[in-house]
Design a protein around this ligand. Structure first.
Ligand code: ZN
Length: 166
């Protein structure tokens, strides 16, 4: 009987998406807000009570209005772009966030920053082969996992990802 109840509980649990899946779905939606025509990245922070602390995406500093020509030079614009993780970390203080989900694997610099903020788990959707995040996370004991299965919201007017760069 007890076994039966436990089975039913497990069944119920499976009908609910996990916290990382929830975070990645939100990160995907956040990425759609990015104005970067080449690569749209979204990120989400979850605290130790599984509450959403915030969402962010890559872009220019708030208040700066770039003209059309700004986006033409893909290489030149990169140094001005604030990565989604940078914008995300501006929303909380160190030690208050457990999990971060990013639509792209954090770059080396962002992996260092997430470490400095005391993040325990990082989930990413798209790989980024120029990143040293794997080594950084292994050394400092942070979990880094790819997660591609999550509730997708189809929105063809805006393309979410892009090919790896910078
Ligand atoms: Zn970065």
């Amino acid at each position: 009987m007890l076994e039966h109840i436990q089975d039913r509980r497990l069944e119920k649990k499976r009908k609910r998406i996990s916290i990382p899946e929830y975070a990645m779905a939100l990160a995907h939606v956040a990425s759609l807000r990015s104005e970067d025509p080449f690569r749209k990245v979204g990120a989400v922070a979850i605290d130790f009570d599984n509450r959403v602390i915030g969402t962010a995406y890559n872009g220019l500093a708030p208040g700066y209005d770039a003209g059309e020509e700004f986006w033409l030079d893909r290489d030149d614009r990169q140094k001005y772009m604030l990565h989604a993780e940078v914008n995300l970390c501006s929303l909380f203080t160190r030690g208050t966030v457990k999990l971060v989900a990013c639509t792209t694997k954090p770059c080396t610099s962002c992996a260092q920053m997430l470490c400095a903020y005391g993040i325990k788990e990082i989930y990413y959707r798209d790989d980024y082969d120029q990143s040293e995040a794997d080594k950084i996370c292994r050394l400092y004991g942070m979990e880094l996992r790819q997660l591609t299965h999550y509730p997708h919201i189809e929105y063809p007017e805006v393309e979410g990802g892009g090919e790896a760069e910078d």
